[in-house]
Design a protein around this ligand. Structure first.
Ligand code: BJW
Length: 244
């Protein structure tokens, strides 16, 4: 590989960067991933806790699942990978779009200025009667009322379950169309439409880089890979990008 091609693949010449993060970036902050050994989907049935049908069948179970995850999120702290990305966003001369599938707020708490939460946010509630959304840090109870319309029994976490449409897809599509570098960090590539972003970015001419603990289902779609814990490989890549 030529030196110029190496720089293109690592992204050090990129102006418009799009980064997609997944559960792996928050794993070393103590928040569980989904599909790794011992992950959330080995403990819970995703059809029961992460679908509208599961919520309709047993709202108390679903609210308990997300109340516990909200409590974990409150006590978790951003790690070196979240901080490194915030540093990159601040110092990068071009544009940086950060899309996360994570519902935690660790990117924000690390200082990332704008975060696209495509699967929603656990620290927000949604009224399924009127669509109002609001920030909350405590528990949701089955009998809670909407702060906007007053309807009781229709408050749920503002997260995107299977079969629901992720947030911000138009803005994400526009960013992917213009990107000259697409980087995926800590995601298994098992869930669409996020798993399709690498192909979309590559079709539009972007260089593609995967940063993950191990190879993922969609690794073959990336031009370049760096394997290891996010707290090690993300700061190292950011240092390279910024020449620090
Ligand atoms: C580390 C690490 C360390 C560990 N350092 N790395 C084909 C095409 C399109 C859609 C579909 C399709 N087939 C089926 C669908 C529908 C469905 C889907 O994808 N199903 C799959 C099972 C196939 N998708 C949907 O329903 C989505 N909506 C949709 O498609 O709407 C239709 C539509 C789309 C577009 C336009 C118009 C209409 C919605 C998906 C919602 C996903 N929701 C969840 C739960 C809610 C939020 C929550 O509770 O947190 O979101 S599922 C769960 O998976 C969660 C995550 O955000 C998501 C992705 O998981 P992630 O982040 O990749 O985590 P893991 O655990 O899988 O991977 C962790 C990785 O980290 C691993 O690789 C580790 O190696 C690595 N790692 N430690 C670095 N220290």
């Amino acid at each position: 590989m030529s030196e110029a091609e190496g720089r293109r693949q690592a992204g050090t010449t990129a102006r418009r960067i799009v980064i997609l993060t997944g559960a792996g970036i928050s794993a070393e902050s103590g928040l569980g991933t989904f599909r790794d050994t011992g992950g959330l989907w080995s403990e819970y049935d995703l059809a029961e806790v992460a679908t509208p049908e599961g919520y309709a069948a047993d709202p108390a179970l679903v609210l308990r699942f997300y109340n516990a995850r909200r409590a974990n999120c409150r006590t978790a702290a951003p790690n070196a990978a979240h901080h490194a990305l915030a540093r990159l966003a601040e110092a990068h001369a071009g544009s940086l779009t950060l899309i996360t599938q994570n519902i935690d707020d660790l990117h924000e708490r690390a200082g990332m200025p704008a975060v696209h939460h495509m699967h929603g946010e656990v620290m927000r509630a949604l009224c399924s009667a009127c669509g109002a959304r609001w920030r909350l840090t405590g528990d949701i109870a089955v009998e809670d009322s909407c702060t906007a319309c007053g309807t009781a029994g229709r408050v749920r976490p503002d997260v995107v379950w299977f079969g629901e449409v992720p947030y911000g897809l138009d803005a994400i599509g526009a960013a992917l169309a213009e990107a000259d570098l697409f980087v995926a960090i800590g995601t298994s590539g098992a869930v669409y439409p996020a798993a399709g972003f690498v192909a979309e970015a590559a079709r539009n001419g972007a260089a593609t880089l995967e940063l993950n603990l191990e190879r993922s289902e969609i690794s073959p779609l990336f031009e370049a890979h760096r394997l290891g814990p996010a707290t090690v490989i993300v700061p190292a890549w950011v240092d390279e990008m910024l020449g620090t």
